[in-house]
Design a protein around this ligand. Structure first.
Ligand code: FES
Length: 157
């Protein structure tokens, strides 16, 4: 069977195994591990190292939602949208957090204090709806509790 090359604009083209260059995904992962996100200068360096354009590197970085293009907040809030949490009102909880923080999912507050993310399951289904902040799990969270929960982290500053 003949394998056709991937289109140049495909995010997967940058990782085609026939290339002698390092995989752009591996390079970007290393940068994110080091910095917590992908600083522009590092993306440019990775693009050169992988032998692709900067636009292609950003295409890969934005295609995979585990890559972050902006620095994370001091505290990362992860809201579970898994089935058990969804049934128990996780969407309303997420909307309350977005409203309180003034950001959308995947964004960081302008003061750099909070980042907001969603996950498929936290492994705390019996406590749904659940969220986790920096590893601290909050279960059976009512949206009305959101200001108090955020306040705990704001007061620590
Ligand atoms: S579905 Fe939310 S913790 Fe499992």
């Amino acid at each position: 069977m003949k394998v056709l090359p991937l289109p140049v604009d495909s995010p997967h083209a940058a990782t085609h195994p026939s290339s002698d260059r390092p995989s752009i995904i591996i390079l970007l992962q290393e940068v994110q591990e080091k910095h917590g996100y992908l600083p522009r200068q590092e993306v440019i360096r990775c693009a050169h190292e992988a032998g692709i354009s900067v636009a292609q590197a950003y295409g890969v970085a934005s295609f995979y939602n585990f890559f972050k293009l902006a620095p994370p907040g001091k505290h990362t809030i992860r809201v579970c949208l898994g089935t058990a949490c969804h049934v128990q009102g996780a969407q309303g909880l997420l909307q309350q957090l977005q409203s309180e923080l003034g950001i959308e999912t995947g964004e960081t507050t302008p003061d750099g204090l909070f980042s907001l993310e969603t996950v498929a399951c936290l492994g705390a289904c019996s406590m749904s709806p659940a969220l986790v902040i920096d590893g601290e799990v909050f279960g059976r969270v009512n949206p009305r509790q959101v200001p108090r929960i955020l306040g705990r982290y704001r007061r620590r500053e």
